[in-house]
Design a protein around this ligand. Sequence first.
Ligand code: GRF
Length: 202
Amino acid sequence: KRLVVLVSGSGTNLQALLDAIAASGAEAFGAEIVAVGADRDGIEGLARAERAGVPTFVRRIEDHGTREEWDAALTEAVAAWEPDLVVSAGFMKILGKEFLARFGGRIVNTHPALLPSFPGAHGVRDALAYGVKVTGCTVHFVDDGVDTGPIIAQRAVEIRDEDDESALHERIKEVERRLLVEVVGRLARHGHRIEGRKVVIQ
Ligand code: GRF
């Protein structure tokens, strides 16, 4: 299977995928990363792709007249790589209508909270502020809402009294990276279908 991974930041989830594929070989893993895309320049996520010899592309909202034009440009850039799956791994922009129409049902996102609790850009901060004692991470398919699509897998992480946002986020990310690698591998090797909100991995 062909994967395009979208990033906006440090790219440690991307790195976990790159490492897992390198360790087992693309054939045994079931997929290869054919390109990495970003919505901004100069981020570690792009540097990680370059170091691994994976082609990259950047489509910045600022370079397009409207959000719709950006959406069309991103869709075209991803489509050029003919992906079977698109993985949003810390991609901090909401994907547009055209993107969803083209790749809907094949876009996987990872979120640092136990959805449907604490969706949005500050899942870790919001869980801490609420005072929950257990949070975690969710890997799910993207639909047209914000972190509302069908859930594929989740893992729990306990919150400690001394946690601040960054300590907690780091512990979540350790679990999140392993979960993302596991889920993407299973989807790649077995295929899937979505029945309502239920994800069936064949
Ligand atoms: C992850 O926790 C992701 O869920 C969140 O941002 C983080 C990205 O980390 N939205 P990285 O760029 O993969 O290191």
